[in-house]
Design a protein around this ligand. Structure first.
Ligand code: XIL
Length: 300
């Protein structure tokens, strides 16, 4: 094949993916590009806690199932996103203030969500188990999870995910890991602490919501993350006002880092991006490949 995913895989990598969800799967132009250029889909919103379990014990799987069924029938891998995150988290979870209730709620949520698609998010596919748990200085972020359970919620979540799906690769994911800064060192240290008594975290996801010119530290960052002795994935790449070189720099950095396995761009067309005004993606508002797309293809 000649698309992004096929060329990236030919370089020894696992996949190049995009976020999607049911609305984008109803746009024929978007779907045609997902088919030709992308090998993996990440649910943009449908597997978040507020979508899956808006009220305690009430699970809504419809939109997430749509995404998973589309992926399976189109031969695409899946990155599950995301099980434990302080954002897009319903109020009923945020209000829990005792350890035993929160432990039970986390275990039930993960067992039910990760259990539902076990075997579909398979072998080389990933789950973002814990999302955005760090502050910029590398310390743990305040959240209901940290405030009630301390750092142990990370281990709890990974243990629950492993029990629910023994074949998915389990990732910890965060943003602003774009150079070798305190947050990058913090996630490396946290990963080492969690993995000290047996490997629970298989990989670190670096979201990479970047800006033009903000890519000079990416190779050093990927190298530092791989220093935690786990795999690394670029999970939500988009670049505000990107020049072709910005994208090429990120792709080359992943190619040069053996443990950088995968890239996911956070959408196909600029028109559907969560940062639409920043025109951060590889296809323009008319679903035509941009210069950056052609530059990436040439670099692969
Ligand atoms: C974003 C989605 O793209 C938006 O549609 C939604 O309104 C907010 O969330 N970090 C993450 C992603 O881990 O889940 C976020 O996705 C972008 C930031």
């Amino acid at each position: 094949g000649s698309g992004l995913h096929a060329k990236f895989v030919a370089k020894g990598k696992q996949f190049w993916g995009s976020c999607a969800d049911s609305a984008l799967l109803n746009k024929p132009s978007n779907v045609a590009i997902l088919r030709s250029d992308f090998g993996q889909v990440t649910p943009e919103n449908s597997m978040k806690w507020d979508s899956l379990q808006p009220n305690r014990g009430t699970f809504n799987f419809g939109n997430a199932d749509t995404l998973v069924n589309w992926a399976v029938s189109n031969g695409k891998l899946i990155r599950g996103h995301t099980l434990v995150w302080h954002s897009q988290l319903p109020g009923w979870v945020q209000g829990i203030n005792d350890r035993s209730t929160l432990t039970s709620v986390i275990n039930t949520h993960i067992a039910t969500a990760a259990g539902r698609w076990a075997g579909k998010i398979h072998a080389v596919s990933h789950w973002d188990v814990v999302n955005e748990c760090l502050n910029e200085d590398g310390t743990m972020r305040q959240s209901v999870f940290f405030n009630v359970l301390g750092e142990s919620f990370v281990t709890l979540a990974f243990q629950a995910a492993r029990a629910a799906d023994s074949t998915a690769k389990l990732y910890i994911n965060d943003y602003n890991l774009d150079y070798n800064n305190a947050k990058t060192q913090g996630i490396v240290a946290l990963t080492r602490r969690v993995n000290a008594n047996g490997k629970l975290i298989d990989g670190i996801g670096t979201q990479m919501h970047l800006e033009a010119g903000g890519v000079t530290g990416v190779l050093a960052a990927l190298t530092a993350l791989a220093g935690a002795d786990v795999d690394v994935a670029i999970t939500e790449l988009d670049i505000k006002g990107a020049a072709s070189n910005d994208y090429v720099t990120v792709v080359r950095a992943c190619l040069q880092t053996p443990r950088c396995l995968a890239i996911t761009t956070w959408g196909v067309s600029d028109v559907d991006s969560w940062r639409a005004s920043n025109t951060p993606l590889l296809f323009d508002s008319n679903y035509r490949p941009k210069a950056a797309y052609n530059a990436v293809i040439s670099a692969l």
